[in-house]
Design a protein around this ligand. Structure first.
Ligand code: AMP
Ligand code: MG
Ligand code: MG
Length: 376
C-alpha cells in the first residue's frame, strides 16, 4: 500500500481486513464452545490515571483465563506502539485509563470473543498507524497476540476510491479509531449470531467520517439449513462524501413506518419513544451495527433508542456508513455526537438514526418532552 494513498483510504482499507480477521476469531471461539463470559463491572464516580507498561514476558499464545490481560471492564483511550517479535506481535501501550462516570450494568457482558477480537484489531491497526488514537470498548491490551491475529494488508476496493477533498490532507494526530470488537454480545451468548457485528469507526476531529461494519455470521443460517454454501460473513464500509462498499444501499418502503430498536436493553422510556412515533412495525434486534444495517438495506426506516446505554464505539462506524448513504444519526435532541479522543464515551442523549429519504426532523418533533428530559 503506497504511503501516497490518502490516509483515510488506508485507515478504512486496513480496518476492513482487521474487522474481517476479528470476525473469524469470533466464529472460532464460538465453535470451540468456551465463551468465557464475564459481567462487566458497574461503577459510579470516575477516576483517571496514567499507566505505563513495561516490557512484557514473551508468551506464544495468551491463555483465555489470563484475566489480568483479558478481563478489563473499563474503557481506555490508548496510543499503542508495538514492536514485532518473532512469531508474536506485542500490543504495548502508554495508556490513559478512564472509568466512565456512567456505566449501565444491565446485560453488559464480555466474552473471550470480545477480548480476543479487540486485541486482534488493536494490534493490527496500531502497528500500521502508530500515531493514531485507538479507543476500544474492552480496555487496554497489554498482551501479546498470536502473529496470525495481526493483519496488515488492505482491502483493494477501498484503496481504489476517490478521496473526498475535505479528507485529503488529514493529520494522523487528529484521527481517532473507535473499536467495538463485538457489538451484540448478549445476542452472541444467546446464539442469535446474525445480530453480531464488528465495528471500526474512523473519526477526524469531531466527526465520524469512515466506518466498517463486519457481520461475521452473514449467510450462517443458510449454511446451517444446508443451502448452497456461500461465503460466511461480509464487510460493509463507507466514507462520508466518498462512497460505500460491501452492500447495495436500499431505501425502506414507502407508505409505512418500520422502527428498529433494542431487544435486550429496553426500558419504559425506550418504549415511550417508540409508541410516540406510531410505528406499523417494531423490529427488536441486537447491536447498534445490526440496526443501522437494517436502515441502509431498507428493512427499517428509523433506529430509535431512548437510553443512555450506547457508547461512542457503538455509533461511530454505523454513523459514518449511514451518512455515506444519505442517512442521519443524532441524539434525541437532534444534536450530533462528537468523536474526538477526549469525549466521554456514553451517548447520553440516546440514538435516533434515520435512513436515506427519511425526514429526521419529523421523528425528533414527534418525541415527547418527557422522553427528551430523561436523556439529559
Ligand atoms: P442493543 O441495541 O441493546 O443491542 O445495544 C446496542 C449497543 O449499546 C450494544 O453494544 C450494547 O451493549 C450497548 N448498550 C445499550 N444499552 C445498554 C445498557 N443499558 N448497558 C450496557 N450497554 C448497553
Ligand atoms: Mg456495542
Ligand atoms: Mg461490544
Amino acid at each position: 500500500m503506497a504511503q501516497s494513498t490518502p490516509l483515510i483510504l488506508r485507515l478504512v482499507a486496513s480496518s476492513v481486513t482487521a474487522a474481517t480477521r476479528a470476525g473469524k476469531i469470533i466464529r472460532d471461539i464460538m465453535s470451540e464452545g468456551d465463551l468465557g463470559i464475564v459481567e462487566k463491572v458497574c461503577t459510579t464516580g470516575s477516576w483517571s490515571s496514567t499507566v505505563s507498561t513495561g516490557s512484557l514476558a514473551h508468551k506464544d499464545i495468551l491463555s483465555s483465563s489470563d484475566s489480568a490481560c483479558c478481563s478489563k471492564s473499563h474503557s481506555v483511550s490508548s496510543r499503542i506502539v508495538k514492536p514485532q517479535k518473532e512469531g508474536v506481535a506485542k500490543s504495548e501501550s502508554s495508556v490513559v485509563a478512564r472509568r466512565n462516570p456512567n456505566t449501565f450494568g444491565k446485560n453488559d457482558l464480555q466474552t473471550e470473543a470480545d477480548r480476543s477480537a479487540q486485541r486482534c484489531i488493536l494490534a493490527s491497526l496500531s502497528q500500521q498507524f502508530p500515531e493514531v488514537t485507538i479507543i476500544g470498548e474492552e480496555g487496554p491490551s497489554f498482551c501479546e497476540v498470536p502473529s496470525d491475529w495481526v493483519v496488515t494488508d488492505s482491502d483493494p476496493e477501498v484503496l481504489k476510491m476517490a478521496c473526498p477533498a475535505y479528507l485529503q490532507n488529514i493529520d494522523d494526530k487528529d484521527v481517532v479509531i473507535w473499536v467495538d470488537p463485538l457489538d451484540g454480545t448478549s445476542e452472541y451468548t444467546q446464539g442469535l449470531l446474525e445480530h453480531v457485528t464488528v465495528l471500526i469507526g474512523v473519526a477526524v476531529g469531531d466527526r465520524a467520517v469512515g466506518g466498517v461494519i463486519h457481520q461475521p455470521y452473514y449467510n450462517y443460517k443458510r449454511q446451517r439449513e444446508g443451502g448452497e454454501v456461500e461465503e460466511m460473513g461480509r464487510t460493509l464500509w463507507g466514507i462520508v462524501g466518498g462512497g460505500v462498499g460491501g452492500f447495495v444501499p436500499t431505501s425502506a418502503p414507502e407508505g409505512c413506518r418500520i422502527l428498529t430498536t433494542t431487544r435486550s436493553h429496553s426500558t419504559p422510556v425506550v418504549q415511550a419513544a417508540l409508541d410516540a412515533l406510531q410505528p406499523d412495525e417494531v423490529i427488536k434486534v441486537g447491536g447498534a451495527g445490526h440496526k443501522v444495517m437494517m436502515l441502509i438495506e431498507g428493512k427499517a426506516h428509523a433506529y430509535v433508542f431512548a437510553s443512555k446505554g450506547c457508547k461512542k464505539w457503538d455509533t461511530c462506524a454505523p454513523e459514518a456508513v449511514l451518512i455515506a448513504t444519505g442517512g442521519r444519526l443524532t441524539d434525541l435532541h437532534g444534536d450530533s455526537y462528537k468523536y474526538h479522543k477526549d469525549i466521554p464515551h456514553p451517548n447520553t442523549g440516546g440514538v435516533l438514526a434515520t435512513g436515506h429519504g427519511q425526514d429526521h426532523d419529523w421523528y425528533l418533533a414527534k418525541l415527547p418532552d418527557a422522553v427528551r428530559q430523561a436523556l439529559v
